[in-house]
Write a protein that binds this ligand. Structure first.
Ligand code: S3P
Length: 169
């Protein structure tokens, strides 16, 4: 059994698609945390609208607890999962955490067509992205393994992760 690989980072950084392709390449199980939470019957937007962010974070925390019992998975977190120190601790004890990031204008271009992210709604989208990045800077900066995906395609990000993990031994 191999330890888990946890792909985290801001909304639009490419977590889900990169984690899915990486899992396929390495023959590991792909887990998308947001998808699992939505499988309980409600979209992330509806969960936020009906029960609020705090409830959503509790669902994330419950899921992290479950996932931390397992191995051999590539996990795409939600963009805010690592804001919880408890989640960060559990995920890092059982796996390697890799943070994807990108220039805020690149993130803007990737997320602007979708309206499925409650934290980005209302007001000017680029301002909101910059504000949230600023608020979360410490959390993302704290993660040792980071990849700037601004100028990379999905395959290049996957290859870079494989290289990083190889070099770590
Ligand atoms: C969030 C990111 C979203 C989703 C929720 C909250 C965040 O996931 O978990 O809307 O706090 O950054 P993606 O990063 O996959 O969009």
């Amino acid at each position: 059994m191999r330890e888990n690989i946890v792909i985290t980072g801001f909304m639009g950084s490419g977590k889900s698609i990169v984690a899915e392709k990486l899992a396929r390449k390495l023959g590991m199980e792909f887990i998308d945390m947001d998808q699992i939470i939505e499988k309980q019957g409600m979209s992330i937007s509806d969960i936020f609208a009906r029960y609020g962010e705090k409830y959503f974070r509790e669902q994330e925390n419950k899921l992290v607890k479950e996932l931390s019992q397992k191995e051999n998975m590539v996990i795409a977190t939600g963009g805010g999962t690592l804001l919880s120190a408890d989640n960060a601790k559990m995920l890092s004890e059982k796996g390697e955490i890799i943070c994807l990031y990108a220039d805020s204008k690149v993130l803007y271009n990737r997320v602007k067509r979708k309206d499925n992210r409650p934290l980005l709604r209302g007001g000017n989208l680029l301002d909101r992205i910059n504000q949230l990045i600023e608020e979360r800077k410490k959390i993302y900066d704290n993660i040792k393994l980071k990849i700037d995906t601004s100028d990379l395609n999905i395959q290049e990000v996957v290859d870079r992760i494989v290289d990083i993990l190889k070099n770590k031994g």
